[in-house]
Design a protein around this ligand. Sequence first.
Ligand code: NAP
Length: 498
Amino acid sequence: MAKEYKNFIGGEWVDAASGERFENRNPADWEELVGTFPKSDERDVLKAVESAKKTLKDWSNMPIPKRGEILGRAGDIMVERKEEIAQVMTREMGKILKETRGDTQEGIDTAYYAFGEGRRLFGITTPSELPNKTIYTILKPIGIAGIISPWNFPMAIPTWKIFPALLTGNTVVFKPASDTPATANLFMEILDKAGVPKGVVNLVNGPGSKVGEAILKNPDVGVVSFTGSSLIGSRIAEVCGKTLKRVSLELGGKNPQIVMEDADMDLAIEGVLWGAFGTTGQRCTATSRLIIQESIHDKFMSMLVERAKKLKIGNGLNEETDMGPIINEAQMNKILNYIDIGKNEGATLIYGGERYTEGECSKGWFLTPTIFTDVKPDMRIAKEEIFGPVLSVIKVKDFDEAVKVANNVKYGLSSSIYTRNLLYAMKAIENLEAGITYINAPTIGAECHLPFGGVKNTGNGHREGGKWAYEIFSEIKTVYIDYSGKLQKAQIDTAVVK
Ligand code: NAP
C-alpha cells in the first residue's frame, strides 16, 4: 500500500479538510504509486495562514544568527539524507540520480549560505548631510510569505525561497507543485528536525487553482514568491496586484546557445547536449535554440546527431541513464504537439521526435531527444517555450545576426556563446537580452550565491540566489538618529547657496 502523506500545519501532520487525496505516480513507470497526498483547498490555507500569523512575532524576534543556525542545521541534515532525497525526487520527478543529487546539493549550499547570511544581513550606513546625525538601514521581515514552486527542481527551488524567507524573519505557507509533493514533504521533515519552531513553516498540498489561488487572495500574506510558467505568473501578478502584495516571479525561458565558427567544436557539442537534453530539457534555463554560423553548420549537426543517438533513455534510478522521462502525460502531449507544429512550419526533423517505448520505457512518458534544423527565427518552435528535449537549430551568417536572432523572443533568462574571439564574447555579454550569459559553457549551471533570474517576460525584475533573494523577503527600514539637540532641517539647513 502506497504511503499516505499529509499536510504540515502548525507543526502537525494533518489531512485536508476535504478528506480527499490525490495520487503521485512515477513518470518513468506509471504503475508505481509514489504516494497519495491531501487534496487541500481554501480551508487548509486559512489554517496554515493562522499558524503562520501566530508564530510570526516570536520567530521574527529571534536573533537573526540564531535563525541562521537552525537553517545551517537543516543543511547538515540534508547532507546526511542526500541520497534518500535524491532517490525520492527521481521517483516522483524522473530526472536522473546525478541530477537529483545536484538538486539536493543546491539546497544544501543554499542552507549554508543562509547560515552565513545570519551573521551579515547587511544594511548600509552612510554619512548624513547634517552634523551630529547618524543614518543607516536595517532589514525587517514582511510577514507571511506565500511560496509556490514548480516540479522541475523540487528541492532546490523551495530552498531558494524558503531559507531566505525564514532567515529574514518571515513565516511561510508553502504550496509545492502537485507533481512533486514527496520531496516537499521531506523538506518539511528536515526543517522540523532542524528546530524550526512549530507553525513557522506550513505545507499545504493541492491544486494550484484552489490552494495557490487561496494563498494569493489571502489578505494576511504579504509576499508571494513564485516560480513557474509565464501564463500562471501573469495570473499571480494580477491577483496579487489587487491587494498590493509584493510578488517575485521567476518564469519561462527560450534560451539560445550561439556557436561561432572559431569555437572549440567538441566543447560546444558537449555544451549543447547537456543544455538541451539534461533534465530532459525541462529546465527554465534549458538550451532550446542552437544558433550556429552557417560555415560550420553541417559538420556540427552530423557530430551532434551522432552524440544524441548515444544518449541512454530510461529510468533515472539506473545510474547508466542519461535522460529520464517527461514529467507527465499532459506535458508529453504538449511536446509532441510542438513537434508536429515544427514539421508543419517547414523545419526539418533530423533526429528523434517520437515517443520512446523500448523495454522498461513502455510504462513511462519517454521521448527521444529531438533536433530540428532549417528553423527560421519566426517559427513557433523558435519562439515559444516547449519545456522538453527539443532543440531548434537556426543557421546565421555572422555574429550580428546571431545576436539579433537570440534576442528575437519574449523571454530573457539564460544565454550562451561558444567562441575563441574575445570581441564576440564581450559584445555578447553586452548585447544578449538575458539575465545570465555564459561564455564557452552551456545555458545551465547556476551557482547559488549569484543572482538568478531573467529580463523581459521571464520575470518581474527580482533575482533569486545570493543576497538578492533576501531583498525579496525584506522591508528596508531607514533610520535617522539626530543627537544635535536641535531641530535640523534636511535640504534647508544644508543648502550651499542660501
Ligand atoms: P506552472 O504550471 O506555472 O505551475 C507552477 C506552480 O504554480 C505549481 O505549484 C502549480 O500548482 C501552481 N499553480 C498553478 N495554477 C495556479 C494558480 N492559478 N494560482 C497559483 N498557483 C498556481 O509551472 P510548472 O509546469 O510547474 O513548471 C514549468 C515552468 O516553470 C516552465 O515555464 C519553466 O520555465 C518555469 N520555471 C522557471 C524557473 C525560473 O527560475 N525562471 C525555474 C524553473 C521553472 P499545480 O502543480 O498544482 O498545478
